[in-house]
Structure formats: C-alpha cells, structure tokens
Design a protein around this ligand. Sequence first.
Ligand SMILES: Cc1cc2nc3c(=O)[nH]c(=O)nc-3n(C[C@H](O)[C@H](O)[C@H](O)COP(=O)(O)O)c2cc1C
Length: 203
Amino acid sequence: MRVALVIGSHRKDSQSAKVGRFLQEQIQALGDHECWTCDLGKDPLPLWDEEIGSGAPHWHALDAINKNLGHTDALIVVAPEWHGMVPAALKNFFLVCGAGGTLAHKPALAVGVSAGPGGSYPINELRTSSYKNNRLCYLPEHLIVRNCMVVMNESETENDTQEHSYVSERSAYCVRQLLAYGVALAQVRASGAADLDTYPNGM
Ligand SMILES: Cc1cc2nc3c(=O)[nH]c(=O)nc-3n(C[C@H](O)[C@H](O)[C@H](O)COP(=O)(O)O)c2cc1C
C-alpha cells in the first residue's frame, strides 16, 4: 500500500515531522508499504493565488505533489496545534492540493501534536473543514500526540517510558486501522459510485 504523510508544521525541523517518521516506521514494520512525505515546513507551498493551474512557474512543484497524492492509497495528516488551530500551511495544502480527485475517497488518519496537554483542536478543525471538496475520508479513530518532546524520539533516553509506551501502542493501533481502511476504500473508488464530474464540490 502507498501511504502519504502530510506534515502540517511550518517549522523546518518540527516535532510533527518526528511524529511522521515514527509512524512511517510503524507502517513499514507491518509489511511492504511505500511511504511518501510532504513536509510543508521543509518544502513550503505558495499560498493560493489566481495563477494556480495556469502553468505559472511558482506552481510547478504542485504537479509532482498531486501526482504522488494520486498514487496514494491512504494518508496521514499530522497537524500541530498552533494557537488552538491547524497551521496556515496545512489549510493552504487543502486549498491547493486534491484537484481532480487525487484525495477523493481515500482514508486519512488525523494526528494532532502538542508540546503540552493540547492537540485536540486541530483534530476538530480537520474533521470540520478539510474534506468537503477533496472528499478525503477521516477515520473515526484519530491520534493525539501530547507532550510530544518526550515521546516518539529516536533516542530512547529522550522518551518518558510510560508516555512513549502508551502513545506508540495507540499509534500502532491507528496505523493498522488506516491500512485496513486503505484496502476497503479502494473498493469504493473502484465501484464507480463516486462521480466527481457531475459533483466536483461537496455540499
Ligand atoms: C506559533 C505557535 C503556536 C502554538 N500554539 C500552541 C497551542 O495553541 N497549543 C499547544 O498545545 N501548543 C502550541 N504550540 C506548541 C506546539 O505544541 C509545539 O511547537 C509542538 O512542538 C508542535 O509543533 P511543531 O510540529 O511545529 O514542532 C505552538 C507553537 C507555535 C510555534
């Protein structure tokens, strides 16, 4: 299965990217799965403007991103909590990506990240407002990585044993579900029940 990880932080070396790497390892431990990461901190996208789709040079990178998303069977969307919100780069991602149905009827695991006890607001925001036109399907299960500095680190000495153990077992549970939904929703896409030509936008 091909899994895309979208890292929503603006930071070049973010905790969200660290969480993404940890989840990628868990996915790859479960089988011969291919992962592709779109890190919006390392490779920022331009903010939506009216030249999108016109072939303007600043939009060239979007073609490769949409191609990768098109080949994807399942997604993980990692959203750090910034002022109780999803960072603007991630909102912009949903404005500029997903045209032509590249995300449509694909399962997505929403992951909230917080350095403290937060992380739930981004989940709420993703579930409320990031799927209408692209038809991404968030799993009922989501993951919140709280106290992110002390979990999912490569070096065990940086981890709080109890917190790391809890969240890594929980994330493995989420990842197994994502892969199962990846198999299931491929059938929905193949069924022909979705008609994006007649209904390109959700209601
Ligand atoms: C601009 C900004 C706003 C933030 N606001 C919140 C917040 O509202 N709630 C919270 O739990 N953490 C907040 N944080 C801290 C993040 O939880 C922390 O940076 C964490 O490492 C995840 O972000 P990252 O993936 O960008 O590293 C904020 C961080 C930044 C840079």
